[in-house]
Design a protein around this ligand. Structure first.
Ligand SMILES: [Fe+2]
Ligand SMILES: [Fe+2]
Length: 337
């Protein structure tokens, strides 16, 4: 549940901001780490059969076993305060794949520092919760409402809230669309408001990108416009996503400010024809008088060195949410890199 009370911090622009010291988040996405085995009733579903053929004929060859084997150690070397995983951990979302992923998650570190949301591959078909997300419960975070798993909130140290929204829904064969849904959007509004009033740095993460023009119609977030409206009205400091399998930097409006929207590549996919190599992101968040400095580092797999290296670092600034009583001036709303 969202913590009711947090330490009082300095008031900026009339808004209390929780005191935070510098901290690090690691962002992994699109692991696709499991090895599916189709049998029995799972063969009967046309979408699962098509996805299985796609994996056997194409995707399986792109999984970089050596790179993926090195991920957990490299992540631990970043000494993260929190780890965010934005979906597509499996190939077909079979219960046996959920168990394979669970074994790997156990190698990543204490579950209370990890927060994940599912992707479209994790919900290729409708399955009972006991055969799917229940098996990842230690890493999903706490639901904000009884009976509704998403959005979740994971409080990491003082002043940081990892807010997970699920866009994963079963869809028709050949589609990889996602939907947050009206009910979850309503709960998300309240979650963002509560975390914002206490001055926390809100990281909203989901599988599908909320910005337009990143993926095609077949892979889109169907209610991206509604989600952007929620973000604009209720505020957030950082949005993270996956699904596109490449590093992405965009911006969205959030209560008069521009806030970063950052996509992580697949942490396991190698595809030279598309310029894809396994990558993940690390974020260093440092509080300042007027907001937060955000340093974004893309860690990329080097096949020749057999290790991950820092490929690119960007420095961004996220202003403090101006709150209900104040609109920021154009200078204050600017983003410097
Ligand atoms: Fe994916
Ligand atoms: Fe996806």
């Amino acid at each position: 549940m969202v913590a009711a009370c947090l330490p009082s911090g300095p008031r900026l622009w009339g808004v209390r901001r929780a005191v935070v010291s510098a901290l690090t988040i690691v962002h992994l996405s699109d692991l696709h780490l499991s090895q599916p085995a189709l049998s029995g009733r799972s063969l009967a579903h046309p979408k699962r059969l098509l996805a299985y053929l796609s994996w056997r004929l194409k995707r399986r060859a792109r999984f970089d076993q050596e790179a993926f084997g090195a991920v957990a150690r490299d992540v631990q070397d970043q000494h993260p305060d929190g780890i965010v995983i934005t979906g597509d951990l499996t190939q077909l979302g079979l219960p046996s794949e959920y168990d394979q992923v669970r074994e790997w998650l156990l190698s990543l570190g204490p579950p209370d520092r990890v927060s994940l949301v599912p992707g479209n591959h994790d919900f290729t078909c409708a399955e009972r919760p006991s055969e799917t997300l229940d098996r990842w419960e230690p890493w999903i975070g706490s639901p904000v409402a009884d009976g509704d798993r998403f959005p979740t909130v994971r409080d990491i140290r003082e002043g940081l809230a990892l807010i997970g929204a699920s866009s994963a829904r079963p869809s028709w064969p050949t589609l990889a669309v996602g939907t947050v849904g009206a009910d979850q959007l309503g709960r998300l509004e309240a979650t963002l408001e509560t975390a914002g009033r206490s001055g926390r740095f809100r990281v909203l993460f989901l599988h599908h990108p909320p910005c337009g023009g990143i993926v095609g119609w077949r892979k889109r977030l169907t209610d991206a416009t509604a989600l952007r409206s929620v973000i604009d009205h209720h505020g957030v400091e950082l949005v993270l996503h996956g699904h596109a399998h490449r590093p992405l930097f965009n911006w969205l409006s959030a209560r008069g400010r521009r806030v970063p929207v950052i996509g992580a590549a697949s942490v396991s996919e190698t595809c030279p024809a598309k310029g894809r190599t396994p990558r993940y992101n690390a974020y260093r968040i440092t509080p300042t008088d007027a907001g937060w400095d955000l340093e974004v580092t893309v860690r990329a797999w080097s096949p020749s060195e057999h290790r991950f290296d820092s490929e690119e670092t960007r420095r961004l600034f996220v202003p403090t949410d101006p709150g209900d009583g104040r609109e920021g001036s154009s200078e204050e709303l600017g983003v410097r890199e």
